[in-house]
Design a protein around this ligand. Structure first.
Ligand SMILES: [Zn+2]
Length: 287
């Protein structure tokens, strides 16, 4: 099945496809063990920085091998690629999916750059899924904020702009700003469910993506899926699980030097966290 088909299925059946970020093979193994055990399709994302660390072509080949070996729908997404040039680089390397994030630009520039990537992707392979974004998230990925973050109203996606953006660009996935934040802040995240519903009613069959899913209470995640979200990004919670397991192991076993022994608890922590999210998103047994 293609990514587009799986996202359609998620929308029709009312669940969300998990998107987890990686910057190394250790995290990837933990996530894929969870996906395999629960028979869940999964998207693996690399931001520009993560992609530079792991290597674009290396990531493409690893995903391809795991997809064949595990017989699972696993897709590689270039997450938050912030210019047409870097998005093209990821597509040239063979990514299955691209998130062109021009949300810091004005709507006109955002539409024209996103259209360019939609056309570029289509020329390569019609199965490539393209995501665009309108509205902006005020925090950075994977930071843990000690303070309460104010979300300015003007940063939220206006439903009529979402409709115009989707119509004019022809994206397969749309990422709104609906009270979500990257990273984890002191405030309890509060999603604007009514805004999600109203955007959903205006964008037809386009998939809708929730970024910054980490630290969002489970009931809000469920409400967001009910309101029309089909794809949810988790990065920070995976990184926290990994780092905590690694720190604990190193503190308790200062003599150990074998990487696969040192990293085994990190894989296990990532696997457990991924399983928790797959269960929450309802993607179990959808592969
Ligand atoms: Zn994001």
């Amino acid at each position: 099945m293609t990514l587009k088909e799986i996202l359609n299925q998620a929308r029709e059946e009312g669940w969300a496809l998990p998107h987890f970020n990686i910057s190394d093979a250790v995290t990837l193994v933990g996530i894929l063990e969870a996906a395999k055990e629960l028979k869940s399709p999964v998207m693996i994302g690399t931001s520009e920085g993560e992609r530079r660390f792991i290597g674009a072509k290396q990531a493409v080949l690893m995903i391809k091998e795991y997809r064949e070996e595990y017989k699972l729908p696993i897709f590689l997404n270039a997450d938050h690629h912030k210019s047409v040039g870097v998005a093209q680089e990821a597509l040239d390397a063979g990514y299955d999916s691209i998130h062109i994030d021009l949300s810091v630009h004005n709507l006109e520039e955002n539409i024209s750059g996103t259209k360019e990537i939609v056309a570029y992707a289509k020329l390569k392979n019609n199965d490539i899924s393209v995501e665009g974004e309108v509205g902006y998230l005020v925090t950075e990925s994977s930071k843990i904020y000690k303070e309460v973050i104010e979300i300015p109203k003007e940063s939220l996606t206006k439903p009529e702009e979402a409709a115009r953006f989707v119509q004019e660009t022809g994206v397969d996935r749309f990422a709104p700003a609906v009270g979500n934040l990257h990273g984890i802040a002191t405030n309890v995240k509060k999603l604007d469910i009514a805004r999600i519903e109203s955007i959903r009613s205006l964008i037809g069959n386009t998939a809708m993506v929730l970024h910054g899913g980490s630290g969002t209470p489970d009931d809000q995640i469920k409400a967001a899926i009910g309101a029309g979200i089909n794809n949810i990004h988790i990065n920070t919670e995976i990184r926290v699980a990994y780092a905590w397991a690694l720190r604990t192991f190193l503190a308790n076993s200062p003599e150990e030097t074998t990487p696969y022994k040192i990293l085994a608890p990190a894989i296990e922590a990532v696997r457990a966290k991924s399983m928790e999210k797959i269960n929450l998103f309802g993607s179990v047994d959808r592969a």
